[in-house]
Design a protein. Sequence first.
Length: 470
Amino acid sequence: MRNKIGLCYIGYLSTRASSSSSPSSSAAKKRHPSGTRPPRPPFYRSTHPYIPLGTKLDEFPNAGETDGSGPRLYDYWKVGEMVRQLPTVSEKIDFVNPYERPWTKFEEKWDHHPPLIPPRKAWNVFPIPKYFDSLDFYKYITKTRVIDGMDICYRDLNPPTNSFEVSRINLTLDFTKEKNTFLLRNVVDAAVSVMSRNVHQLHDCNVIISYFPRCESFWIRSGFRFLYDSDREPDKVEDIRRKRRFPGDDIRQLGELAFVLRDDLVVQVRDKQPLTPVFPFSDEEELFYDVLYAPQIFNLLVDDQPLWQCPGYEPDCGDPNKFGRVAFKDITPIWNFCDWWKVDGEEKEQVVRDCLTATSVVSLFSWLNGQAHALGHTQYTDIEQPLVSQLVLSDGQNFFFALAQLNTIAINVDGFINDRCNVCYVEGPFRLYDIYQEKEEKFLYFEGGKQIEGLNPHILQRLLQMFIRD
């Protein structure tokens, strides 16, 4: 793995590259014409902000060289050019993989050798947030904006729910004896059996259902150069290279942190054909830069395990079902977190909704990011068309729905304008039933202040809509 480090650095000229320290700086908003080669920076320009020496040559420096964004953009373009020349998907993923193996005991005992640089690690994003106010941070590291409501995603889809409700009642009766994970698996089986006769997308030859799949993904997010700022002497420009590298960052201290999510999905349904995007590439942003803190604030831990892209299958396994349709995830631990955070009443409802939204944002982004890499795209080449997947969060009684559209994964470098922004539609949580009469074996739910026998039809309809959506 360390042999590829020399390739990524592209000699001395193209390796010393950096992103701008502030998203709002003027030099960071230089638009470069697509399809053209960026200018090659001179060898004496650093990736860090340039300090003029007072000579005539430094009287009118280039804006891109002043803040270091010029060399970094050239490095970004050069790495993307090298990635496109690799023949297989696994080689592309391995080339852009930021993982660095730890030093062996023999290497650490080398004599007459400079101190070894600690290997780069990634920040482990938990499947369910372990901090009550992490939504805005998760939205930033995935460059995703959240939209409430999902009716726009399922226009003219009105599947019948009568037969599905009968199967669902039987499954819910079993839920009192079985775990929630088995319940979600049975929900998928019931939905497929009910709709597969009339919906050709759900035939056995078109979709594949995976139980407890391996779904993990890594990505790099820029914009963390502020972690090297110091308030001790604000008038003095400090040499950033003399400071200690922040965990997860590049060796050049670019403020580009690596993240990894090893998701814990119960069921995953994949299709041979991608889902239809809700709209073309989005250019609207809903990011808050004032929520940027060190990842430790949000209870993220440093992970030293090898990184890989696996959206439910290996990239070079030859599986034709490469596009995710819908996934189910258990959210039972979230109630234990609420007891730990000591939230009650309306505050608890808001905290639960924010945690469910954050879970949907990061889970769908990780899943779609893995799909994009399995298709041959990387953060240095970006995707060519939007990707869409759906997610259902449930503890057996409460259901939360989400649909995400991946518009870009080129979020690892600052210094150029990227108009694309990912989008996540969320809805819920809804209760499948409010009262269960054990003697009469009846389910009751409240609607408009009235008790109605049966299960919540909105949840049943939304579940079927996710399976039959094109």
